[in-house]
Design a protein around this ligand. Structure first.
Ligand code: DAK
Length: 259
């Protein structure tokens, strides 16, 4: 991963497809070009049958300090509407494979919203989270009022969104915004380790399990439970289910094939 001009850097590690945000001079501020490249790369990994898990990372200093304020400053409602950048975010939302986030440093505004599109979040103890859009005269627009509220609850989300204050990593893990907090020197290696553990599971089961969890945000409980049952039955049509259960009975490691 060594191209100073590239907005994102990519590499693979076994079945893990890695993407690193790369605008260090502006703390990985998310401009439209970067978001388009990110969505395209995530879609490419999603289609690649050799990739089971996507790992998305920033730098130690910044996951992303938000959408690019310079890019938005002189936009009008009409130009924002016509650019329809939300379509790019929708493409990221539709990724079916598990996405692990390795988050360190600033994770603000659109950066925090991007993180909340990810599935498992490994945060450095130095990470700081927030939706400070209120400080620049706007409000969260890429899901912050909805996803942050579901993660933190109303009182905490209101506090963060209305005051613009930042949460520490300890607060974020305590309130369920991130999955784990680790020392800053290990945030990336831990996230890669977690990605490898996930990538060792059956890829179809992974995709359907992700789909099931995300369904919980959209449906009442009874409907979600029905949906889960259908996903569960579906897995009994896969070779990986036979292999996983037989391997357990035979006291050996399963070899999943994604079929
Ligand atoms: N955009 C552009 N540049 C940024 C930036 C940002 N969000 N954040 C930082 N930078 C730039 C700074 O301007 C500075 O550039 P130079 O002056 O060196 O040229 C450089 O990064 C280093 O930043 P600082 O000098 O400010 O560094 P500090 O350590 O002093 O402060 C900070 C770090 C993160 C506290 C501070 O930079 C800061 O407050 N940044 C802005 C945070 C923020 O307000 N974030 C929310 C932005 S609004 C949408 C989707 C999403 C969104 C909108 C639309 N659609 C799909 C339509 C989301 C909106 C937002 O995220």
């Amino acid at each position: 991963m060594s191209n100073d001009d590239a907005l994102i850097l990519t590499e693979t590690d076994g079945h893990v497809g890695i993407i690193r945000l790369n605008r260090p001079k502006v703390l990985n501020a998310l401009n439209p070009e970067l978001m388009s490249m990110l969505a395209a790369q995530m879609e490419a990994y999603d289609k690649d049958s050799n990739i089971y898990v996507i790992l998305l990372s920033g730098s130690e200093k910044a996951w992303a300090a938000g959408a690019d304020i310079g890019d938005m400053a002189e936009q009008s409602a009409i130009s924002m509407y016509e650019r329809d950048q939300f379509a790019t975010w929708e493409r990221i939302k539709r990724v079916k494979k598990p996405v692990v986030a390795a988050v360190s440093g600033w994770c603000l505004g659109g950066g925090c919203e991007l993180m909340m599109h990810c599935d498992v979040i490994i945060a450095s103890e130095t990470a700081q989270f927030g939706q400070p859009e209120i400080n620049i005269g706007v409000m969260p627009g890429a899901g912050g009022t909805q996803r942050l509220t579901r993660a933190l609850g109303k009182a905490m989300a209101m506090d963060v969104i209305l005051s613009g204050r930042f949460l520490t990593a300890a607060e974020a893990v305590h309130h369920g915004l991130v999955s784990r907090v680790v020392p800053k020197e290990h945030f990336y290696t831990e996230a890669l380790k977690v990605s490898q553990v996930i990538a060792s599971k059956g890829p179809i089961a992974l995709r359907l399990a992700k789909e099931g969890v995300l369904k919980a945000f959209e449906t009442p409980l009874s409907e979600g439970l029905e949906y889960e049952r259908k996903l569960f039955y579906t897995l009994f049509a896969t070779e990986d289910q036979k292999e996983g259960m037989r391997a357990f009975m035979e006291k050996r490691k399963p070899e999943f094939k994604g079929r």
